[in-house]
Design a binder for this molecule. Sequence first.
Ligand SMILES: Nc1ncnc2c1ncn2[C@@H]1O[C@H](COP(=O)(O)OP(=O)(O)O)[C@@H](O)[C@H]1O
Ligand SMILES: [Mg+2]
Length: 508
Amino acid sequence: MNFLGTVIASSYPPGPTTSNFSFVVTNNEPIPVRKGQFVQINTEDGLLLGMVQEIVKTNRFYSHPEYVREYERGGQPLASIFPCDRWDMLIANVKPLGVFTNGIFDKVSFPPSPGEKVYIADDEVLINLLGLDVENGLNLGSLRFHDLPASLNMTRLLQKHLAILAMSGSGKSYLATVIIEELLSRKPDSGRVAVIIVDVHGEYSSIANMPEKNDQLDLSEKVTVIKSPFVQFATPLISNRWFGTLQPEMSPIQVRELGRIIAEMRREYQNKSYSLKDLLAYIENDAKIPQRSKEALLGWLYELEETDLFGTEEAPNLENLVKPGHAIILDLSEATSLKKKQLIVAYIATRLFGLRRRGVIPPFTMILEEAHQFCPQARQELAISQKIIEQIAREGRKFYASLCLISQRPVRLSTTILSQANTHIILRISNPNDLDTIKASSEMITSEIISMITSLPVGEALIVGSAVNYPIFVKIRQRYTKESSYEVDLEKAAKIFEEQSNPKKQIK
Ligand SMILES: Nc1ncnc2c1ncn2[C@@H]1O[C@H](COP(=O)(O)OP(=O)(O)O)[C@@H](O)[C@H]1O
Ligand SMILES: [Mg+2]
């Protein structure tokens, strides 16, 4: 058994109570206990579980500074005069989380007694307490301070949307890759979703790389990469209202006129496909629309036409490509304007949600990098994709359409969307405004936890919300698939540049 120590009757903070107690560590290992670790006690009420909130080190010999100074004035350290080491003492303060009685987990309604023995929590109990899904879950890494996989149940993690928040360079995209690897390696009888990744920086195609080791899964067959120049919208699918959201400056009257014109054009074209160019020509020839409305409408639609996105057929063909256990990576790194990126996201998201509602495509999760660019909080920002993403955030759960929002600026992300994400995975954040936003977004996040977020190392995460019963800290596992290119440092980049511009001279 992993014995730690004994509950004490303490006066500061007063305890044991139902909301906190302290124990003195009697285990002799050098570092027997750590902040954040889960512990258990057998009480008369059942098995009580708690989390170590703080650890205090004390030593009576050093508690009066004037004595220490007086003794050590003579040049001899105190420890050479007295057996100080033996009086080193660790007191750990614990927040009780719940109590197991007859297999049922309940709130703590009776305090543990002084003298009771404290142990490190057993794995089985911890799995139950935290609500992990060890058999069938997504393995994101290992629980900090416990030798347990952080396997999260897929439904609990994704169905009510997920947000991954942290400053840049702290491991958001890496974690998203780990989640994708887990989703793509599921077996059909575990339940598989389709994955759509909005890859703003073009960094996800490495998921299709060969795995690090031979015995790990090769995902290359399960990934389709589409670069933005190859994206094309099927104009005949776009209704007048939909045009209205893609070009928000169109007036309601113009949208109505467009509706009439599209209806007439469809009748005339019957089953023949048409592009936005055809539609524009049709509007030019329309005699019914007042001249001023016509000019305005043409102006707005020409602006859309200039993006080169509106064709006759859809590419990629979502009906064919969105498959269970398969990922589509939409690489937007070559799309230069934010408007173009937003148009693509708005079109794809609208189509995915429509197809999903009709049951044409399987349940899916859409991973959205730089989510604050696509659904900003500030009203004056360009936000063509906002409406549909907010709709999926609100209604997606019923249709098994889920969102995984990634952002390094939570404060700039629409609060409507953030509040719909029921699980938050938070990596290192230090910006105080972002921390405030995060604190406001979940009542589970206490000031204690906030202080832990600011000191998280790269690749460690806090998970809170519906995926787990209690907030947990997780060390994110290594990805199976190889990272595409290792970041080159400034010195190396400078040398490469000089070598390339002056090939004769090899710079050492
Ligand atoms: N869990 C992890 N294990 C190992 N290395 C990691 C981990 N998370 C992040 N890293 C390293 O940190 C770098 C930055 O991570 P990245 O996911 O690109 O950050 P972000 O998307 O938050 O800007 C990665 O290239 C990787 O080398
Ligand atoms: Mg990133």
